[in-house]
Design a protein around this ligand. Structure first.
Ligand code: SIN
Length: 295
């Protein structure tokens, strides 16, 4: 195996060289990638050359892929490949532009939660030689480990309610937003769901904090006021600088992160004429959890 792994030396992240993701990984390579994903949370595979079909094939080696319902922002004929972009062509946005949506975990609002995201950077904005539009992460193994012992004990077994509408309303409040409120039918299609506040990470066997400012609404078993206080504490705690890692993109990076042990945030520090184009697959956690419960 030619794979070479170089940790960032920060709280999360490693670079893997020597793997060509346009071909199928063998069993040994796949096992090594999975192990590294558990250990480092965020993996960068530089200098890849992938079409959408190859991105989909590599992602599907990690698990079942989500078919995104945000109509119009998928690769034609390939609903598993989503397009994230601020580029507008002939008056039509090329992709979904959700950067700056705050810290979150993709799909925590879904009964079937997500395992990993696979992003391929095709166009990355650069200003004065510096890449813009970093994707930032926080380490939820470390955030759990550092919680006060009494809080770990008191919250153990409790559950958090996650709601897609929380994020949607937050985006609607932004200046210039033209989003309409979610319709009754849309809310029914994405009802709030509950998940344990601490998950046992299926790759590491360690506990992680599974709550995030983007979607977490309340701790079900606590009175509203106490729940608000505890969640406010957890949101502050989990986003402290010592848990943060920023990925600075280079074109042709494939970035893979796992969604149990990390939360993330895309930084919107680029202007409309500074173009960003990323293709993304969302790998669901069906190999580990069924409807939020471990198999
Ligand atoms: C995401 O939240 O999956 C997108 C992250 C990014 O655009 O950097």
């Amino acid at each position: 195996m030619n794979m070479k792994l170089t940790p960032t030396g920060e709280t999360l992240g490693a670079t893997i060289d020597g793997l060509d993701l346009s071909r199928n990984l063998d069993e040994e390579e796949l096992a090594a990638v999975m192990q590294a994903l558990g250990k480092y949370g965020v993996l960068r595979f530089p200098r890849q050359q992938l079409g959408a079909a190859e991105l989909k094939r590599f992602s599907a080696q990690l698990g079942d892929l989500e078919i995104n319902v945000a109509g119009g922002y998928q690769e034609p004929g390939m609903p598993e490949v989503m397009i994230l972009s601020n580029i507008v062509e002939h008056g039509k946005p090329m992709g979904l532009s959700d950067a700056g949506q705050d810290w979150h975990t993709d799909m925590s609002y879904s009964r079937q939660i997500a395992f990993a995201n696979v992003l391929y950077g095709i166009k990355i904005p650069v200003r004065g030689g510096k890449p813009l539009g970093n994707t930032e992460f926080c380490n939820m193994h470390a955030a759990y480990d550092d919680l006060p012992a009494a809080m770990k004990r008191d919250l153990d077994g409790k559950t958090v309610l996650h709601d897609f509408n929380k994020f949607w309303e937050e985006m609607r409040r932004r200046e210039g937003s033209r989003r309409a409120p979610l319709s009754e039918a849309q809310r029914k299609a994405k009802p709030p769901v509950s998940h344990p506040i601490f998950l046992e990470h299926p790759l590491t066997g360690r506990k992680v904090l599974y709550a995030n400012p983007g979607y977490s609404m309340r701790i079900n078993e606590l009175p509203q006021r106490e729940s608000d206080e505890v969640l406010a504490f957890l949101f502050r705690h989990q986003t402290q600088p010592q848990y943060r890692y920023a990925h600075q993109w280079q074109e042709r990076d494939v970035l893979v992160w796992e969604d149990f042990g990390t939360i993330h945030n895309a930084i919107p520090d680029y202007l409309p004429h500074e173009h960003r184009l990323i293709k993304r697959c969302q790998v669901m956690a069906t190999r580990f959890f069924r409807n939020g419960e471990p198999w």
